[in-house]
Design a protein around this ligand. Sequence first.
Ligand code: EPS
Length: 384
Amino acid sequence: MRFLTAGESHGPQLTAIIEGLPSQLPIGKGDIDPMLRARQGGYGRGRRMVIETDEAQIVSGVRAGRTTGAPVTLVIENKDHRNWTEIMSPEAGGEPRKKALTEARPGHADLTGGIKYRHKDLRDVLERASARETTARVAVGAVALKLLSELGIEGVSHVVHLGGIDAEQPFDWARVADLDASDLRTLDAAAEAQMRIAIDQAKQSGDTLGGVVEIRFRGLPPGLGSYTHWDRKLDGRIAQAVMGTQAIKGVEIGSGFANARVPGSKVHDAVYLGEGGKGYRRETNGAGGLEAGMTNGEDLIVRAAMKPIATLMKSLPTVDVVTHQPADAAKERSDTSAVTAAGIVLHAMIGWVLAEAVMEKFGGDTLPELQERLETYRLYARDY
Ligand code: EPS
């Protein structure tokens, strides 16, 4: 499977084309739009989210609620485009440009993107570098998640740290509904109250806040990915999808960083016989569900660190790329914190990587074939 996205933050629309989905997958707006709405949420988002009500139009590859096997195209309108039609016009002319941006924001793509693609209006960089594009990735990921759900695999994201405050409550699958009811998608109500205060304070002082999100999946069969070559290792492929997301600066599988500080006897997950002496089980999951680049059948646990958004209302020093004079970095409407949204994006993208790995191992042109093959393999693996 593969996909491409296209579109700018203030252009008319975002477009995604997915190729390689099996036919007969039941799919509709109802599977995609709730995830798009979830991505728009989270305390600390800016005014743009008041303008947008993201929803996906399915314009190819689906008929009567099922995939046909043809490429699936998804379109999400940028409602804000109506305020930017002239500025974003593809027609020649329009100089001097309105809303041109020349004071490169430290930490953003502006300066290096301008050098690389020879732009002096840095809007030509930021329009595509913007995290608005993650909307398209979430729409694609929602389709992948639907495929996984038809195979008994499900995932969730939650916030475990925001702007210096830890959520202390341990994760519990029984509490997933509480996450949907939480403003910041955290299980720790006391920490959430502190996080909201921290966001209010950051907003007041023109600052931004980052955080850490955790993504979990359950129902995975052992053996997705492979140890046989570096680029087939699933942990590496997950890390690529996570690190390829705007503002993500760190990724951890299981208790990855803590494992570096303790001996092996305290790190590795001992293997025991399963119930009735059949199959295998582990009592711990420091490996986060991945050993040697393969799923081992335990829950997948991935954490990612998001840096604070680079657009500050309290500008950092920079240089104007046209006048070459010292300047204050450009102020562009933005969010104070988008950590909760990042969790949704990573949930979607890890879902994509897992769906890709499932298709590689079990293949099939149709969902029923895929289901049958996976079921046979699950029985085999249980009795191995
Ligand atoms: C973004 C700046 C803001 C964010 C945007 C990402 O957009 P605007 O400049 O239009 O207010 O809201 O995120 C989204 C639009 C989104 O859907 O997540 C940036 O510069 O990266």
